[in-house]
Design a protein around this ligand. Structure first.
Ligand SMILES: [Zn+2]
Length: 223
């Protein structure tokens, strides 16, 4: 019997639009990883930045445990610097301390990492690996086979808004997994949210696909 394709997704930056996103994911039984910067959150929601004329806000610690319950938490550094552009000791602290704070707060292992801005070099790769992560995601969209030749330079298949999303999805079947990523704040109107929900619904309805957990793809199979 042909194997089902495992579909994984991850979302960056811990923003308030992760709340409606998660409502959609829960409605359709989808799993996901969230890449967070524990150095940037405060107790309550806080002002972030402006994206295409829309205010982006960060989630407060007071809601994150409940919101992300049942989802996977992954690292994205403490404060979202260009890790390859800062002194190595600072980069190490960003990675190690970021992971520790997430593990302490959520009470679950943090095994995945996404490079802030998608940028890194060999030294940053080594720091991320040494800190205990099993993979690190870039922002380069690719159709590299799985497992990736270098798990510390793990390229997703595509961004969720890619016009080639379904084409890549179909092409990925042969490899047995499909990985997409994005930021929930990129959805700035109700049409985009509706289109997103339709995407998730369609994947959930695909009898030859199943939602999976990214980091588990890298862990030895349970015996
Ligand atoms: Zn980010």
């Amino acid at each position: 019997m042909p194997q089902k394709m495992t579909v994984v997704q991850c979302w960056d930056d811990g923003v308030t639009t992760d709340a409606p996103l998660i409502e959609i994911l829960r409605r359709h039984g989808a799993s996901a990883s969230f890449n967070l910067n524990p150095g940037l959150h405060t107790a309550e929601r806080s002002k972030g930045w402006v994206y295409k004329g829309t205010d982006v806000a960060r989630l407060g610690w007071n809601e994150m445990k409940e919101l992300y319950r049942g989802f996977t938490i992954a690292g994205h550094s403490l404060s979202h610097p260009h890790l390859e552009a800062i002194p190595v000791d600072e980069a190490r602290r960003e990675i190690v301390e970021g992971r520790k704070r997430l593990q302490d707060f959520f009470g679950q292992p943090v095994r995945g990492f996404a490079y802030p801005f998608g940028t890194y070099n060999d030294q940053v790769e080594a720091l991320v690996r040494e800190a205990g992560h099993v993979y690190a995601r870039t922002t380069k969209n690719d159709d590299a086979p799985f497992p990736p030749p270098n798990p510390m330079a793990f390229h997703p298949h595509c961004h969720f808004l890619s016009p080639a999303f379904w084409e890549r999805y179909e092409a990925a079947r042969a490899g047995g997994y499909f990985y997409f990523w994005g930021h929930s704040y990129e959805m700035i109107d109700s049409g985009m949210w509706a289109a997103f929900e339709e995407k998730i619904r369609r994947i959930s309805a695909d009898a030859m696909a199943q939602w999976g957990n990214l980091e588990e793809l890298f862990l030895p199979a349970a015996s």
